[in-house]
Design a protein around this ligand. Structure first.
Ligand SMILES: NC(=O)c1ccc[n+]([C@@H]2O[C@H](COP(=O)([O-])OP(=O)(O)OC[C@H]3O[C@@H](n4cnc5c(N)ncnc54)[C@H](O)[C@@H]3O)[C@@H](O)[C@H]2O)c1
Ligand SMILES: Cc1cc2c(cc1C)N(C[C@H](O)[C@H](O)[C@H](O)COP(=O)(O)O)c1[nH]c(=O)[nH]c(=O)c1N2
Length: 181
């Protein structure tokens, strides 16, 4: 079905295309892509670590696999590279402060002290109150530009219907209500 734009929108000046966009223009446009917010955790021989990530994506359901993009300059990068296992904890509405804590320069102990954690198969921290947690082993790592793409085989998961979701859009957090009925 075709829906006509309201007259004021149709009359508004059209945005100009940006040729050969630089990093800033790319980020500005990427801020228009709403995304779930996740805290990615790991534990193992190299110790415990966690960071906030919106660059998380389903790859294939057979075998269950997702990907996480991790900046190689992040302080947590060597820990994830050594442990080769992680848990993707998808945040609920109300987790905004926790997301900022894991997205900043906060010491690792203070990040984990702000929430309750359990574990599934790999021993990576599983966040209490997450809408979903995917416990994974890293099967492949591909470097592109500044980031490592971690391909992660899901070995166990938890899912909850109890909480509203959380989306990061336009550089802000937005709660997302569940459809009732
Ligand atoms: N993929 C990422 O590494 C990523 C994603 C989101 C936010 N961040 C970091 O969080 C902070 C706040 O981000 P913001 O969204 O409020 O504003 P921003 O202007 O830094 O980013 C806008 C959007 O651009 C993308 N982006 C940002 N940094 C990126 C990077 N280094 N590589 C690839 N894509 C990137 C993301 O989609 C982000 O939502 C920044 O320090 C940013 O670097 C990083
Ligand atoms: C909402 C939001 C979303 C993201 C991030 C931040 C925030 C606030 N950050 C940045 C990342 O969390 C930060 O660099 C880490 O916490 C590592 O920081 P330290 O180097 O440990 O201080 C981030 N980093 C990354 O490598 N991949 C990603 O997808 C994201 N996404």
């Amino acid at each position: 079905m075709h829906t006509a734009l309201p007259p004021e929108a149709a009359a508004a000046p059209q945005p100009l295309p940006v040729a050969a966009p630089d990093a800033q223009a790319f980020r500005h446009a990427m801020s228009c892509l709403g995304a779930a917010v996740n805290i990615i955790t790991t534990d193992g021989p190299a110790g415990r670590a966690g960071f906030t990530a919106s660059a998380v994506c389903s790859v294939t359901d057979t075998p269950p696999t997702l990907l996480v993009c991790l900046n190689r300059t992040a302080s947590v990068h060597p820990v994830f590279a050594a442990n080769q296992q992680l848990c993707v904890n998808t945040l609920a509405a109300g987790h905004e402060d926790l997301s900022n804590l894991f997205g900043g320069k906060t010491p690792m102990a203070a990040r984990f002290a702000a929430a309750d954690w359990s574990q599934l198969e790999t021993g990576s921290p599983v966040l209490a109150g997450a809408v979903a947690s995917f416990d994974c082993r890293i099967t492949q790592t591909v470097s592109v530009g500044t980031h490592d793409i971690l391909f992660c085989r899901v070995v166990a998961l938890l899912r909850s219907d109890k909480h509203a979701g959380l989306v990061y859009f336009d550089r802000r957090y937005h709660p997302v209500a569940r459809h009732l009925g």
